[in-house]
Design a protein around this ligand. Structure first.
Ligand code: FES
Length: 115
């Protein structure tokens, strides 16, 4: 089950731009378009560039290193929509002036056989 974490104030992510945040041990890229916020894994699955620093147009962000394109709404790799490659996409909510991102909780530990 996802846990929501405050990553920033709404004013920290300007309209039409992205910003990278570190939260709960994850690098999260938050984008703002038409007043809506979207969040994906900030680490490009190709070679690890920060996607938050890439050019952001419509619902797509261009990786700053090799220009692979990802949808900020669902994480889909747009250069080959038939591929299964995606980056993680996170639920976003705004509470007051805070942007909160839903991140998967820690996996449940396996039951011990010695209990
Ligand atoms: S590191 Fe993102 S496309 Fe290469």
């Amino acid at each position: 089950m996802d846990e929501f974490h405050t990553v920033a104030k709404t004013a920290d992510v300007p309209e039409g731009e992205g910003r990278a945040f570190s939260v709960a041990g994850r690098a999260v890229a938050v984008f703002r378009r038409d007043g809506q916020f979207h969040a994906i894994n900030d680490i490009c699955p190709h070679m690890g560039a920060s996607l938050a620093t890439g050019a952001f147009e419509g619902d797509q962000v261009f990786c700053p290193w090799h220009a692979w394109r990802f949808c900020v709404v669902d994480g889909q790799w747009l250069d080959n929509p038939n591929a299964t490659l995606k980056t993680d996409c996170y639920e976003v909510r705004v509470v007051g002036d805070e942007i909160q991102v839903g991140l998967p909780g820690d996996p449940q530990p396996a039951p011990s056989e010695q209990d």
